[in-house]
Write a protein that binds this ligand. Structure first.
Ligand code: GAP
Length: 435
């Protein structure tokens, strides 16, 4: 399928089936701002849960945090964001449009002119005022990365969780950037969610753990089903590095609009802790660490929730020819699928079938996200579930009333098994979790 068609299809599927809606649509929409609908909210939650499970709950050396979005304004002076978190912008003198200098070369993409103003730094942090008086003393920022909430809590966590190096702190949360060129659906927005780990290590081990986290994070995407041909690592050139980083490798995905960053794994050195120690006057060191004045180095895997969701959607979308018809199917990893099971009565006018189907649905619902649907013929009901990635459909038919068996259909193979009603839960459980 041509790549531009694929993106159109994903955007249309997202709207039609309730994954993603444009923000404030009834007012004409706010461009580049998106709301996750019922299925999108489930999918996004599943992505975050898979991440949290893998980097916090399944490990002994990483603990979680949920810090506030609003932070003391000094945070951003210490972190360097007030001085350095900028894009250089230029104005085209002919058509008056404004662009990021690094994105356009020497020719205006709109009118072809080569006559630009001098570049000016534009800070990407979103400003706000805390409290009723809008003066300089109330000026604050919506955090542009979740990382700083971790750094300012470094000693709190070290002391309360009694961790020894190497250890990490992980957090998921919203970040905000006044992006100059948002776009490509949910890929680049001004409000987005990050999944970040700050992993504290002895400076002598920093290179080793940097390599380790690049591999861990790359494999996380593969294990959740992304096609390996659509995933690659790209090491940053020195001139691309953020002001705090000594090295950075991006995990990139082959989106329909080209290879683009899903996640960056950076060696932030001791920059952040030293800066916060300097600006706060607090000691942010590790008592047992003898080298580097007690300051650990930090390896930071930093991924985007929205970008991951988009990559999983794009990667899972297939169109297949089945009995002369096209079926659209989302072959999402079962951990990510928004609905795990759909229960479908073959005849919605037969009360006994409906009753049994609803009883099965209520029972399965105690373990899995389950829906009941009787609003179309069975072929159409299957297609609907395929299109949103539901791994299993349970069909109740006339025969089920006699033999207490149902048909369980697998999304990917379309193979159907006849299963006893008291075995459905076990059967699905094994298929979902004993892979
Ligand atoms: N703490 C490091 C940091 O924030 P970053 O490379 O600027 O590094 C990390 O951002 C990740 O956050 C990116 O890899 C991307 O997945 C996500 N991200 C950054 N800006 C974004 C935006 N405007 N829209 C959506 N996701 C974004």
């Amino acid at each position: 399928m041509p790549q531009e068609n694929l993106m159109d299809k994903i955007v249309s599927l997202c709207k039609r089936r309730g994954f993603v809606f444009q923000s404030s649509e009834i007012y004409g929409g706010l461009s580049n701002s998106w709301d996750y609908g019922p299925l999108g909210a489930e999918l996004k939650r599943n992505v975050k849960n898979a991440w949290w499970k893998s980097v916090v709950q399944a490990r002994d050396d990483v603990v979680g945090l949920d810090a506030a979005i609003l932070m003391h304004p000094k945070t951003w002076e210490a972190s360097g964001h007030t001085q350095s978190f900028s894009d250089i912008l230029v104005d085209c003198k002919k058509c008056k449009k404004r662009f990021r200098k690094d994105k356009i070369g020497d020719t205006c993409p709109d009118c072809g002119s080569k006559d630009f103003t001098e570049g000016r730094a534009f800070n990407l942090m979103l400003k706000t005022y805390l409290g009723p008086v809008e003066d300089a003393s109330a000026l604050s920022y919506l955090r542009p990365e979740t990382a700083q909430g971790i750094f300012v809590n470094f000693s709190n966590v070290l002391n309360s969780a009694r961790k020894k190096l190497p250890f990490g702190i992980a957090q998921i949360g919203k970040s905000f950037r006044n992006e100059v060129t948002p776009g490509n659906f949910t890929f680049r927005t001004r409000e987005f969610e990050q999944m970040e780990i700050e992993y504290f290590v002895e400076p002598k081990d920093a290179d080793k753990f940097y390599e380790y986290w690049v591999e861990q994070r790359f494999n996380w995407y593969l294990n959740l089903g992304l096609n390996k041909n659509n995933l690659k690592k790209r090491e940053h050139q020195k001139d691309e590095l953020a002001h705090y980083a000594k090295a950075c490798t991006d995990v990139e995905y082959n989106f329909p609009f080209g290879w683009s960053e899903l996640e960056g794994i950076a060696n932030r050195t001791d920059f952040d802790l030293r800066q916060h120690a300097k600006f706060s006057g607090q000691k942010l060191t590790v008592p047992d660490l003898k080298e580097n004045d007690g300051y650990p180095y930090i390896i930071e895997p930093s991924g985007g929730v929205d970008r991951s969701v988009l990559a999983f959607l794009v990667d899972a979308y297939f169109e297949e020819e089945v009995k002369g018809e096209t079926r659209a199917v989302l072959k999402l990893h079962s951990d990510l699928a928004p609905i795990k099971v759909a229960v479908l009565p073959l005849l919605k006018k037969n009360d006994k079938i409906v009753e049994l189907a609803q009883k099965i649905k209520r029972d399965l619902q105690t373990c899995f996200v389950t829906v009941y649907d009787d609003t179309a013929a069975i072929g159409k009901l299957y297609r609907r579930q395929d299109e949103v990635g539901t791994p299993f459909c349970v069909t109740v038919d006339v025969q089920s009333l006699e033999d207490k068996q149902v048909t369980v259909r697998d999304r990917d193979t379309m193979k159907q098994d006849r299963i006893s009603t008291d075995q459905i839960k076990d059967y699905i459980f094994k298929k979902l979790f004993n892979k």
